[in-house]
Design a protein around this ligand. Structure first.
Ligand code: PEP
Ligand code: MN
Length: 345
């Protein structure tokens, strides 16, 4: 169950509601929203009796039964698709947002050139890893703080927002000084210590689906972030492990409409990691638009053959430019269907 208190409900009213919840044998998990308090209720008990009683309790605006194990991120909790305003940019609204940039920040020249080029082609957010989760300990591990500083420089020069990965809860504060969006990598989707500290970090988070994670597990991880105080969560499908070897991962394109059915959170598709091969990226990007994603996160490199990571899946700058042009008619249709959806809710 979720109990939404009225805006400006008094402390005494909130306390009383919590007491009633406990009387019914449930546990209270309370989070402070920006303008109102929302109380998450967990446990077993007489749901109907509890809901009826709480609905009639002073200060309560709405009490809803939520059958999904993920509560705050579920569609049952909130029917309308969530929008997030991030330093002036809206995600989840009526603009399809493209994040683009190299897999890793490698040098000043590389990141500045890429940033200028992707901004000119219509990207709104610059991606680039300063902390890299690599399968081999002998591979490039990222420029760390120097990389974050280069991202800042690219942001100052272009006005692009920055998305970059944070791998450890120890680095959350430092990365938050530079990132507009904190990325949780696929390998860290169930790093619960990291999820908890990102719940408290005050910055929006893009949560990537784990390599072998189910949609339910992805949503449970998103629930961690929200339950620990961060409702600005973007979900990201980036391909999953299957028996198929023709692509690096298998792009679960159906994850986008499935997530849109189960959750109100915006959904971003990462075609680069999903397929691992640059020639396939434009087709999967078009598919993402068609199935109703809110945006893309795409790898672009000025010279992919020299990239220290993920060169094979990185688009060159001209390829990215072409892809953005090719997406235009699809984005027009996307806009029309988004407007119809908003009108229908
Ligand atoms: C990345 O974005 O470069 C990355 C490492 O992605 P993932 O965590 O999805 O593998
Ligand atoms: Mn990568």
């Amino acid at each position: 169950m979720i109990i939404s208190m009225r805006p400006h409900a008094t402390k005494a009213e909130i306390e009383y509601v919590c007491e009633r919840i406990r009387d019914f044998g449930y546990k209270v998990h309370s989070i402070e929203g920006e303008e109102r308090v929302v109380i998450g209720v967990v446990g077993v008990g007489d749901v109907t009796a509890c809901l009826e009683s709480l609905e009639a309790t002073p200060g309560v605006e709405r009490a809803v039964r939520i059958s999904a194990p993920y509560k705050f991120v579920s569609k049952e909790f909130k029917k309308e698709h969530s929008q997030m305003r991030i330093n002036g940019l809206e995600i989840g609204g009526d603009e399809f947002v493209v994040m683009a940039g190299p897999c890793s920040v490698e040098s000043e020249k590389q990141i500045m050139e890429t940033a200028e080029a992707v901004a000119a082609a219509g990207a709104k957010i610059l991606r680039g890893g300063a902390y890299k989760p690599r399968t081999s300990p002998y591979d490039f591990q990222g420029m760390e703080l120097d990389g974050l500083k280069l991202l800042q420089k690219a942001k100052d020069a272009t006005g692009l927002l920055i998305i970059t990965e944070v791998m450890s809860d120890r680095d959350v504060d430092m990365v938050a000084d530079y990132a507009d969006i904190m990325q949780i990598g696929a390998r860290n989707m169930q790093n619960f210590a990291l999820l908890k500290s990102l719940g408290r970090c005050g910055r929006p988070v893009l949560l990537k689906r784990g390599l072998s994670a189910t949609i339910k597990e992805l949503l449970m991880s998103a629930e961690y972030l929200v339950a620990h105080g961060n409702s600005n969560v973007l979900l990201c499908e980036r391909g999953i492990r299957t028996f198929e070897t023709a692509t690096r991962n298998t792009c679960d394109i159906s994850a986008v409409p499935v997530l849109n059915e189960l959750s109100h959170l915006p959904v971003i598709l990462d075609p680069s990691h999903a397929v691992g091969k640059r020639s396939l990226v434009p087709a999967i990007s078009r598919a993402a638009v068609a199935v109703g994603a809110d945006g893309l996160i795409v790898e672009v490199h000025p010279c992919p053959e020299k990239a220290v990571s993920d060169g094979a899946q990185s688009l060159t700058v001209p390829q990215f430019r072409d892809m953005m042009l090719e997406l235009k008619p699809y984005l027009q249709l996307w806009k029309e269907s988004r407007q119809r959806e908003v009108a229908a809710v």
